[in-house]
Design a protein around this ligand. Structure first.
Ligand SMILES: NC(=O)c1ccc[n+]([C@@H]2O[C@H](COP(=O)([O-])OP(=O)(O)OC[C@H]3O[C@@H](n4cnc5c(N)ncnc54)[C@H](OP(=O)(O)O)[C@@H]3O)[C@@H](O)[C@H]2O)c1
Length: 348
């Protein structure tokens, strides 16, 4: 019915009515199989006062999504039948929200879907992103987004690099590792990356300025790691775990530090290679795990610093963009098969 008396309405019908979503159907075993995430069409709910509707433009594809599909961790597991949780960048298309107006761009947990309703109160709120000439929106999911910010806090608060130290980064050609290694360079470290293809290794040394890069798929990679770290290793920025972490710990110097960012080799594989924890005692290592979410109140500070380095040309990045919401399950698998270089994004 029309609102003849111009009274404020409590709910309004959105102009967009259909929303495609990927909902969790079954908890994956190993890599995602067809049907673990199911594409469904749902109605867009009516907007109430305090809500806004945003169109999702880009989705951030992150290893932690595989964990969210399987078990309770730092966030509860995604429930069966629920829209799959994911970070994304979206643009407000209708608003009855005090903070956001039509056209605003925001980042936050959009979920794997075309449209997201923004609530006035949320535990994990959305943040507005600025429109900066010549700066691509997707940077706010990568270098200036969660993965860049993870590398920033992992390096500055946990690893605390000092000039002349040797830093080794695993999954070094990925979104987080590539930034962590470059932050090590900015702080004057000798930086050695570990990655899964020769092309990725060439990108690390030729474009990002890593001192050396080791392809862990070559049989002699441990000897090459030893040759690339003649003075031992002072900092392990660990993204992988298993056999790679074990080899790095073997070369750590006394009182070295391990910034434990992630253990991707364990996310799809129930038995990743063993890590000899005795090395932590023998070498008196300081091992500290961290979560980027713990630094939420300082995200702007990190983004400003990363943005400054990016503008000065000290931070380079690459993105792997997969087109289409329906391709998101394949994209998630790419993280575990090494299909991405730099930040992996789905363009919706
Ligand atoms: N603590 C936090 O708050 C936080 C936040 C964000 C991310 N993380 C962690 O950071 C790590 C990287 O995440 P990201 O988003 O930046 O992903 P990413 O590094 O862009 O992509 C994952 C990469 O990991 C490598 N990989 C996958 N399985 C592997 C295995 N079994 N052995 C060796 N390498 C393997 C692959 O590259 P190759 O070709 O080199 O194998 C792949 O491209 C993950 O462990 C993630 O959980 C932690």
């Amino acid at each position: 019915m029309e609102n003849f008396f111009d009274f404020p309405l409590t709910a309004s019908k959105p102009m967009i009515t259909a929303n495609h979503q990927l909902r969790l159907q079954t908890r994956p075993k190993g890599l995602l199989a067809p049907g673990d995430l199911q594409l469904v069409e749902s109605p867009v709910p009516e907007l109430h006062d305090g809500q806004a509707l945003a169109k999702v433009k880009y989705l951030s594809i992150d290893p932690t999504m595989r964990v969210w599909m399987a078990v309770d961790s730092y966030l509860p597991a995604v429930g069966i039948g629920e829209v799959m949780r994911a970070g994304g960048l979206a643009e407000i298309v209708e608003s009855r929200h005090a903070q956001f107006k039509k056209g605003d761009k925001i980042v936050g947990l959009t979920g794997l879907q075309e449209y997201v309703v923004i609530e006035s109160e949320s535990k994990l709120p959305f943040q507005k992103v600025p429109s900066i000439p010549f700066v691509s929106d997707t940077l706010f999911l990568g270098v200036l987004g969660m993965t860049g910010i993870t590398a920033y806090f992992g390096m500055t608060e946990i690893a605390k690099p000092k000039k002349g130290e040797t830093l080794v980064v695993s999954a070094a050609a990925g979104a987080t590792g590539s930034v962590a290694g470059q932050i090590g360079r900015i702080h004057g470290c000798r930086v050695v990356g570990i990655a899964g293809t020769d092309d990725k290794c060439a990108w690390l040394t030729d474009e990002l300025g890593f001192d050396a890069a080791i392809n862990y798929k070559h049989a002699d990679w441990k000897e090459k790691l030893a040759a690339a770290t003649p003075n031992g290793i002072d900092i392990d920025y660990e993204n992988v775990g298993g056999e790679i972490m074990d080899a790095v710990l073997n070369r750590m110097n006394l009182h070295g530090r391990v910034a434990l960012c992630g253990l991707i080799s364990a996310y799809t594989n129930e038995t990743p290679g063993p890590v000899n924890l005795g090395l932590i005692i023998v070498k008196r290592l300081k091992v500290e795990g961290f979560l980027v979410l713990d630094y939420a109140s300082r995200f702007t500070e990190a983004a400003m610093e990363l943005g400054k380095w990016k503008m000065m040309g000290k931070l380079k990045d690459r993105q792997t963009v997969v087109e289409g919401l329906e391709k998101a399950p394949d994209a998630i698998n790419m993280l575990f098969t090494g299909g991405n270089t730099g930040k992996l994004i789905v363009k919706v």
